[in-house]
Design a protein around this ligand. Structure first.
Ligand code: DAH
Length: 339
């Protein structure tokens, strides 16, 4: 074999390497030319039979073949390995464990509000809204709350400036609704309230209420009791009892506080109801004629009832939550139970 033959052999070897479609093909080429019993070692072996003058030329060509083919094999090998890696990434391996995604749940406070809206919608109530930053007029004056009423005290109310405060109740939405439209009115207003309360198991400085207002020509205490009871049965179950106790609120006359029988113990007494069998929900009553006058309604031709509800209270007895703070900690271990 002369030098020219070896150059031809080199071209052939490189062409074969280029045609390799797999690592296996490539290895076959490598063994054929560079392997221990391959063509190149055979050439080297034959050098001893070559006339000494030709040896350097043939040796140089053989060496070039070795270098060029080795480099080409390495290059193609790297490319094939890279292709194999990205192909395996695209494969879907059905034996892999699934990727579990966290499933969210509605917050219990939101769930109670949504359920309440749905229940009152069946009685013809629509949802009204008001701002969290309220005026003293809407939160107190128009609600017939005297200037020296303790709830106006800075110890109870977050004042933001003269005449401006964070609403302490959702009752100011009653005023905004009546200022904006003529009777009949039938609204509920869920929302946040703010009070300077020290947080403990049953109090929070930021809680939720649902306000209700029904004004028409003839509305009576019987409507109030019937509608609240209907709500209690839908929200808590038809075995829940409702109790109304005389009370005082400046914006209603007469006024009541109302309780639901304890959902946790069924009324026999437990920790949640502090052994009384009852849980106070909030206040209600017949809209005070003075409030009608403040918003320009005629107290002689209008009658109405109003009520408030503590949303957290309802959530706590409905779901058996003993500490109100659990509702605000945003611990997913707690919240995920409400899905
Ligand atoms: N706003 C009262 C409170 O926060 C609750 C309340 C009582 C609302 C009587 C009413 C009502 O609409 O008529 O304690």
């Amino acid at each position: 074999m002369n030098a020219q033959d070896i150059v031809k052999l080199k071209d052939q070897a490189l062409a074969e390497a280029d045609l390799s479609a797999s690592l296996h093909d490539l290895e076959v080429v490598r063994i054929k030319y560079l392997g221990r019993k391959g063509l190149l070692p055979a050439i080297m072996e034959g050098l001893k039979d070559v006339p000494p003058a030709e040896r350097p030329g043939i040796g140089k060509c053989a060496n070039e073949l070795k270098q060029a083919l080795g480099a080409r094999l390495d290059e193609i090998k790297a490319r094939l390995q890279q292709a194999a890696r990205s192909a395996s990434r695209q494969l879907f391996d059905v034996t892999l464990p699934g990727a579990w995604r966290f499933r969210g749940a509605r917050h219990p406070v939101s769930q109670v509000i949504e359920e309440a809206i749905a229940i009152f919608a069946r009685m013809g109530f629509t949802v009204a809204d008001g701002p969290d930053v309220e005026t003293e007029w809407h939160n107190f004056d128009a609600l017939n709350t005297p200037a020296d009423h303790p709830s106006r005290d800075t110890q109870d109310t977050f004042w933001l400036g003269p005449g401006k405060l964070l609403r302490t109740q959702t009752s100011p939405v009653q005023i905004r609704v009546m200022e904006g439209r003529k009777p009949p009115v039938r609204i509920i207003a869920p929302g946040r309230c703010y009070r300077r309360d020290t947080t403990d198991a049953t109090h929070s400085a930021n809680f939720h209420q649902i306000e209700g207002l029904y004004v028409d020509r003839k509305v009576s205490m019987a409507d109030l009791k019937g509608d609240i009871t209907f709500f209690a049965h839908r929200m808590m179950g038809s075995d829940v009892k409702v109790r109304f106790r005389p009370h005082f609120f400046p914006f209603t006359e007469p006024s009541v506080e109302y309780d639901f029988s304890c959902h946790v113990c069924g009324g026999s007494g437990c920790r949640v109801c502090k052994n009384s069998g009852w849980i106070e929900i909030s206040g209600a009553g017949m809209v005070n004629p003075k409030v009608f006058s403040k918003v320009g309604y005629d107290p002689d031709t209008c009658a109405g009832y109003a009520f408030g509800m503590g949303v957290e209270r309802i959530a706590m007895i409905k779901y058996g939550i003993e500490d109100i703070r659990m509702l605000y900690d945003n611990d997913v271990r707690f919240l995920s139970q409400f899905g």
